[in-house]
Write a protein that binds this ligand. Structure first.
Ligand SMILES: [Zn+2]
Length: 141
């Protein structure tokens, strides 16, 4: 089921929260309505800095930058998610069978995962930039 996430808010609350965070204009439609941003338009598609990628809605950490790779598909792509950070659902919309990925904490739609990624995982997490919030590496050491 897709309605048992630890963090739950109303649509109005999510809209207000995303506006407060200065999220991309499409962030609400992507994360709460499972729309897809146009390829090669996302702000993280060409970002290769060290850090981590978090859910734009709830801040949960989803990916390390060292798993990000250039899939050439026009969306930020990762070969591995942090353990337990993401839940996957079968998605049969648009006449395709795909695996939808959502934030395990708040259910935000992130994108889809495909089995054509690089070794060792063989996975390609094809994400919407609008779903993500990049945090540069914290150099404490
Ligand atoms: Zn989330």
């Amino acid at each position: 089921m897709k309605d048992d996430f630890p963090i739950r808010k109303t649509d109005a609350e999510w809209k207000a929260l995303l506006a407060d965070k200065g999220a991309e204009p499409g962030a609400y439609e992507v994360t709460r309505r499972a729309s897809t941003e146009r390829p090669f338009t996302g702000k993280y598609e060409r970002v290769w800095a060290d850090g981590s990628y978090h859910c734009i809605c709830c801040g949960s950490k989803l990916f390390d930058s060292n798993t990000k790779f250039d899939a050439g598909c026009g969306w930020p792509s990762f070969s591995e998610a942090l353990p337990g950070a993401i839940r996957a659902f079968r998605d049969t919309s648009h006449g395709m069978v795909r695996i939808e990925t959502v934030c395990a904490q708040c259910g935000a739609h992130l994108g889809h995962v495909f089995e054509d990624g690089p070794a060792p995982t063989g996975l390609r997490y094809c994400m919407n930039s609008a779903s993500l919030d990049f945090q540069p590496e914290d150099k404490k050491t």
